[in-house]
Design a protein around this ligand. Structure first.
Ligand code: C5P
Length: 139
């Protein structure tokens, strides 16, 4: 039998995360996987595909994960280097149409600045809290 060679992993590229803020509250999504992150909350997003700009990736990911159309956005917070060599970046995006639904997450929640500090965020997103709070009410 021929031995199938594993395709080399893509150790470059961007993972985009969306800060959707409405009336001073930020939308967070609760992960279902992998097991070590299940139950923790994150800014929704995911890996940009080959040839996609960050904008393209944000629009596609949020359509897939939340069923909404977005536009934007400006960078928010610092780059987060991921262990696989990718870089995680947050962007402020605006809702253009639709109401967010948890299509790929356990649950969604809108949090104010105080709640953002108390919720169990995924480790990678925690460094963004001070930057995010500048746009939130209630802290
Ligand atoms: O969601 P997905 O598994 O496609 O995300 C790709 C990688 O980016 C994962 O390692 C995930 O933990 C990370 N990520 C993150 N914070 C986010 C979105 C994704 O740490 N807000």
């Amino acid at each position: 039998m021929p031995v199938e060679r594993a395709r080399p992993a893509d150790h470059t590229g961007e993972v985009v995360a969306a800060a959707i803020i409405v009336d001073g509250r930020l939308l967070l999504a609760q992960r279902t996987r992998p097991p070590e992150l299940a139950g923790q909350w994150e800014l929704p997003g995911g890996k940009a595909e080959a040839g996609e700009t960050a904008d393209d990736a944000l629009r596609r990911e949020l359509r897939e994960e939340l069923g909404v159309e977005v536009s934007g956005g400006d960078r928010i917070g610092e780059d987060v280097p991921l262990p696989d060599g990718r870089v995680l970046r947050a962007y402020r995006v605006e809702l253009v149409s639709g109401t967010p639904v948890a299509l790929d997450h356990a649950e969604l929640r809108w949090v104010d600045g105080r709640e953002l500090g108390e919720i169990d965020l995924v480790g990678n997103d925690r460094g963004w809290v001070p930057d995010l709070r500048l746009h939130l009410k209630g802290w």
